[in-house]
Design a protein around this ligand. Structure first.
Ligand SMILES: [Zn+2]
Length: 248
């Protein structure tokens, strides 16, 4: 009896979490609004950009498939609406002895004649929650430009991945998971992503979860090997794994 209640409570909690995630996915953040405003006053510098603005190219797949290097983030913004960005927690925890929360900023210092000069680094993921995903890195002397660089870089690195259902316990025809297990490696970190049946959720670490969610993968198992505390390497390993599902 008590167990039944406990189970019901867990399911309810899951629903709450799912709702919160949905709300988060649809909310426009400050950067997204800035992006939209920038897009409205965009003057393209490349031929590809001009073609996109003129409406000659209407499909993001056309751009990605051509393999042409994209130099303007606005090209992606124009062709793919509803892109979401999320920063990964690559910063050190504040406070001694592991206390405090992890932060999105990685702050480093360089000693100069004038004193310590701080540099901020940010790792950002962009995705539409439906098969398109990119990751980018940005460094600057201040947080905001670092953030903008990372978001731009992530858009320019956008790729389309194939999803599917490779789970033996599910074998539906939907794209809620991945078609087969894939592995990626970066430095000493290795990650294996595996298909999971519907309703499993993402059985992965928090930062990997952000990536998979933005890619539109809802159910997956994972195994990680090596130095997992390095978020940057773990994120890169995850992207390397997803690249094996790359469409273009
Ligand atoms: Zn399935």
């Amino acid at each position: 009896m008590a167990d039944e209640y406990a189970e019901a409570a867990v399911v309810e909690e899951d629903v709450e979490v799912a709702k919160a995630i949905d709300a988060e996915m649809t909310r426009e953040t400050r950067e997204e609004r800035a992006d939209r405003e920038r897009l409205e006053s965009w003057i393209p510098k490349t031929q590809l950009g001009k073609d996109v603005l003129a409406g000659k190219i209407k499909n993001i797949d056309e751009v990605l498939e051509s393999g042409k290097k994209v130099f303007e983030g606005e090209i992606i913004d124009t062709l793919l609406k509803g892109l979401k960005t999320e920063m990964l927690m690559i910063g050190q925890a504040k406070g001694k002895f592991g206390g405090g929360k992890r932060r999105a900023w990685r702050q480093t210092q360089k000693k100069t004649k004038e004193g310590n000069v701080a540099t901020f680094a940010v790792l950002t993921v962009v995705g539409n929650g439906n098969g398109y995903i990119g990751i980018g890195y940005g460094r600057a002397k201040e947080t905001l430009p670092a953030r903008e660089k990372a978001a731009r870089d992530a858009k320019l690195n956008l790729m389309k991945i194939s999803r599917g259902c490779g789970s033996y316990d599910c074998s539906c025809e939907e794209t809620h998971s991945i078609p087969f297990a894939v592995e990626g490696k970066c430095s000493s970190v290795r990650i294996k992503l595996m298909p999971a049946p519907q309703g499993t959720g993402l059985v992965v670490g928090d930062e990997v979860k952000k990536i998979l969610r933005l890619a539109g993968i809802k159910d997956a198992y994972s195994k990680t090997f090596g130095q997992k505390r390095s978020t940057i390497n773990l994120a890169k390993a995850t992207m390397a794994a997803l690249r094996k599902l790359k469409w273009y």
